[in-house]
Design a protein around this ligand. Structure first.
Ligand code: COA
Length: 362
């Protein structure tokens, strides 16, 4: 057996498809390119369609999310010293655990509102600042940034976070989504599915990688040092963060969507042009060197490389990047949990027993 379940089909889904050979991500019949300019609220509607009775239109979803953000903020007193001493993702998970565990649309909105409100609130508390209340007049992404920085964001910053949240909202049967579906198959509620999924996401092999991309850029510091630094890292048999993928054998399409957003931010002065130039130089040097050193193994840019630059420019601390990832992926987890629950079939695979044969009791 393959202990990573490679090539095992464990679900039928109408939600998303990852084509690793063509470098394509399809979400409910749309390629990522077609969705990357949309607002997060629209992607929530796209993913939730058919999984909740009486799903409102996009404006109704925006209003539902705004109300959920307000309800989450009413719980902000639960952020105590113990939570602020934890990594942000762990603190957000503990706060999400306080939500009621049900299957209805309000519970789904509460989960999206909770990750959106608690992430900036925990970041601010850690920095010794008071949490900022949500604003119903702002879209979901703009409000997250306003709660982070204390002022409404520029349109380019709000659009960049929308691009990020849309880009990571769903991605086939990845480890956290599979976790959410297993939990949903037991008929536990949506909160249980999302809590399990956050726990799977936070591991460094899944959603914990973009912080180290910034550590690499900091270590390289100037474009002229990129080649030498990368060669030395590969000589030490280290892996380059933000490159390679288990499924994509060509460029990760999410990397292109995020690079385009970062380029727009640079053009608007929302990102330090020197930082962008450094990232592009590191990308070019890494691709050339990886091609030369590993001619048989296609290694290209993955989603984490430009995620790191984008979230840094928006003002998120690198230790909180996984919590921001969860903010977007919660939409996909909820849709997958509802899709799995609709099959009414418990997920219960087999294992092969390789322990000792039965023996007489001593
Ligand atoms: N830098 C350098 N070499 C890499 C590499 C990277 N980022 N990713 C893979 N390789 C090399 C491996 O060392 C291995 O070489 P070898 O055969 O000489 O030992 C070969 O490519 C195949 O690696 P394998 O472990 O089979 O790849 P995988 O498909 O299991 O790995 C990742 C996928 C994502 C775990 C891997 O590419 C990686 O560690 N990337 C860096 C971390 C990262 O960016 N994670 C976020 C993913 S979205």
């Amino acid at each position: 057996m393959e202990s990573g379940l490679e090539d095992v089909v464990a679900a039928e889904t109408v939600l998303s498809h990852v084509d690793g050979k063509r470098g394509e991500l399809i979400i409910r019949g749309f390629s990522l390119d077609a969705l990357a300019g949309r607002r997060f609220e629209e992607i929530v509607g796209l993913l939730f369609g058919g999984f909740f009775a009486a799903l409102p239109d996009d404006d109704g979803i925006a209003a539902g999310l705004a109300a959920a953000r307000r309800r989450a903020f009413a719980e902000i007193g639960a952020i105590d010293e113990k939570l602020t001493s934890m990594p942000t993702t762990d603190a957000v998970r503990a706060l999400v655990a306080r939500l009621a565990d049900a299957d209805d649309l309000e519970s789904a909105f509460n989960l999206l509102g909770a990750t959106a409100v608690f992430t900036p609130a925990v970041i601010r508390r850690k920095a010794g600042l008071a949490p900022e209340p949500p604003r119903p007049d702002l879209g979901h992404s703009a409000d997250v940034l306003a709660m982070l920085t204390g002022r409404p964001p520029s349109p380019v910053a709000a659009a960049a976070l929308d691009t990020y949240l849309v880009t990571v909202a769903d991605h086939g049967l990845n480890a956290s989504t599979f976790t959410a579906r297993v939990i949903a198959s037991t008929r536990a509620g949506l909160t249980s599915s999302v809590l399990g999924a956050i726990s799977a996401l936070k591991g460094p092999l899944h959603g914990g990688a973009p912080g180290p991309v910034l550590d690499m850029l900091d270590a390289i510091a100037v474009p002229a040092r990129a080649e030498g630094w990368i060669e030395a890292a590969l000589d030490r048999r280290e892996r380059l963060m933000g490159f390679g993928h288990r499924i994509y054998r060509v460029r990760d399409p999410r990397a292109d969507a995020l690079k385009a957003a970062v380029r727009r931010m640079a053009a608007e002065g929302a990102i330090d042009p020197a930082r962008f130039a450094l990232a592009e130089a590191v990308e070019a040097a890494a691709l050339a060197i990886l091609r030369r050193r590993k001619p048989d193994r296609p290694l290209d840019v993955n989603v984490e490389f430009y995620t790191a630059l984008l979230l840094e420019a928006l003002g998120f601390p690198r230790e909180a990047f996984t919590a921001v990832f969860a903010m977007g992926r919660t939409a996909g987890w909820i849709a997958h949990a509802r899709e799995q629950a609709a099959t009414q079939r418990l997920i219960r695979p087999q294992s092969v027993y390789v322990g000792p044969a039965p023996r007489a009791a001593a």
